[in-house]
Design a protein around this ligand. Structure first.
Ligand code: DUC
Ligand code: ZN
Ligand code: ZN
Length: 484
């Protein structure tokens, strides 16, 4: 064997499938050997007493992106990827967001430009489709897929992004034909607007009313509706950022039938509740995200969904908006919940929260943790087996976790540019100590070791199989026989 560049020795190595005590050998960017005992590398890392896990893949984060409300996120591709790396993540898939009046081609070129010279870990893009014109559907989406953007997000709410059911069907139909995956923000816009108007008229503009307006039934209704649209075409759909028991049960029922429905949840729905929004003045804006934080019973339902396989992926939905007039409180303490940027930061806290509250508290096994945080993302978004696992030939993307370290979260520990963390004061056990991306040490000893711009763009393949449903494509087959 050629001399190893890096040997990771004696760790507890876990993949989605198994856990073994072994050494890992790395040459250049790749894992080249996995064995009980390997020769010394140019650099040897003793991982005794540590978990050696695939680097996390965060497939839902908003970086240097203009939101549906026209608000720029606080993190650019430097601070966003640095923050991700410190949290044990080695790949991100943020969004290139097409706003109305802009072509997909221009949008994608623009996001490449934003990321190229800044990212410190590898990245791909999903496309947010704001305006599915004929040109977008027939020319630009197929071209984007060829360029490695094989998943699209669509919104059922927000005036500037909301698509009608007819438009959703058009997008689903193209995705189904081309083999791409559609991610859906499922909330019923009319229900939210109807409640919000009445709340504001009655003077209920405080942050906690955000949670009242974004009712769990609005999430459940849209979830049910998009599942029916998906079934009509047999088009796979991933429901993102699921927050409520109602939506979770709806998804579970569809999966049990055999529909091609996948689902994602996020850390905020596991450890925060609506009570966090209920603070003096507008402080609660820091906890306003959509769908919103719910109650303890909802937390339990989401944990159950992670355990029983309803959710295939666990992402941060990092939506970093500053607590100032640029984003969260445009009119200072007069700001109502309708005017606040929706979203919470979490790219750095995503994995420590699941490790501490899931693995160490016995809710999830370590292999489930790996599936939910890395392997299923790689499979679902066309990166497997290059990313998302520890195997010979895979990229050496690895996070070494110390399960004994306990820390109280303090914003000074974070590396993003948001200015606060919604997890301030929470105590979590188990943190990544060394993070390696394509064989390069990116984080060690609490320090960043990678250079700005050293992350690479990942042109992704088509989504691969992820364990979930069988098939229930009878309606779609009958329809196709008639209309092609
Ligand atoms: N949807 C997201 O995916 N993130 C932040 C806010 C939102 O509505
Ligand atoms: Zn969303
Ligand atoms: Zn999001």
């Amino acid at each position: 064997m050629d001399k190893l560049d890096l040997t990771i020795r004696d760790g507890t190595v876990a993949t989605a499938a198994e856990t073994t005590r072994c050494d890992i050998g790395i040459i250049g960017e790749k894992i080249v050997a996995i064995a009980d005992h390997l020769p010394a590398g140019a650099r040897d890392i003793d991982a005794g007493g540590r978990y050696v896990l695939p680097g996390g893949i965060d497939s839902h984060c908003h970086i240097e992106q203009l939101s549906g409300m026209g608000i720029m996120s606080a993190d650019d591709f430097y601070s966003g990827t640095v923050s991700a790396a410190f949290g044990g993540t080695t790949t991100i898939i943020p969004f290139a967001a097409q706003h109305r009046g802009t072509s997909v081609t221009t949008t994608v070129a623009d996001y490449h430009e934003r990321a190229r010279s800044k990212a410190v870990i590898d990245y791909g893009f999903h496309l947010i489709i704001g305006e599915p014109t004929d040109k977008v559907l027939n020319e630009e989406l197929p071209a984007a897929i060829k360029d490695g953007i094989t998943s699209f997000k669509v919104y059922m709410t927000y005036p500037k992004w909301r698509l009608e059911d007819y438009q959703l069907l058009e997008v689903l139909s193209v995705a189904q034909r081309e083999g791409a995956l559609v991610m859906v923000h499922a909330e019923n816009d009319d229900m939210i607007r109807w409640i919000a108007k009445r709340l504001i008229e009655r003077g209920h503009g405080a942050p906690k009313f955000h949670g009242v307006a974004h009712h769990a039934l609005a999430e459940a209704e849209a979830t049910h509706r998009v599942i029916m649209l998906s079934r009509l075409l047999s088009a796979p759909v991933l429901i993102v950022h699921v927050s409520s028991p109602e939506a979770t049960n709806t998804i579970r029922a569809a999966q049990t039938l055999g529909a091609k429905i996948y689902a994602e949840t996020c850390p905020q729905y596991l450890v925060l509740t609506a009570d966090d929004m209920d603070r003096p003045g507008v402080e609660g804006a820091k906890w306003c995200c959509s769908p919103p934080l719910r109650d303890k019973a909802a937390q339990e339902a989401i944990w159950a969904g992670l355990g029983n396989g309803t959710f295939q992926v666990y992402s941060s939905d990092h939506a970093p908006y500053r607590f100032d007039e640029t984003a969260k409180i445009p009119r200072g303490d007069q700001t109502t919940f309708k005017e606040m940027a929706n979203g919470v930061p979490g790219i750095e806290m995503r994995l420590p929260i699941l490790f501490s509250e899931g693995v160490l508290k016995g809710r999830l096994g370590i292999n489930q943790f790996v599936s939910l945080t890395a392997t299923n993302h790689a499979r679902m978004y066309g990166l497997y087996p290059r990313k998302g696992t520890i195997a010979i030939g895979s990229d050496a993307d690895i996070a070494i976790w110390n399960p004994e370290i306990e820390k109280r979260v303090d914003y000074s520990m974070m590396h993003d540019a948001v200015g606060y963390t919604p997890y301030e004061g929470h105590v979590y056990k188990g943190w990544p100590e060394i993070v390696i991306s394509r064989g390069r040490i990116v984080v060690e000893g609490g320090e960043l070791k990678a250079a700005r711009g050293s992350g690479q763009y990942l042109a992704r393949g088509l989504p691969g199989p992820v364990a979930v449903a069988g098939t229930i494509d009878g309606p779609a087959r009958q329809l196709r026989n008639l209309i092609g």
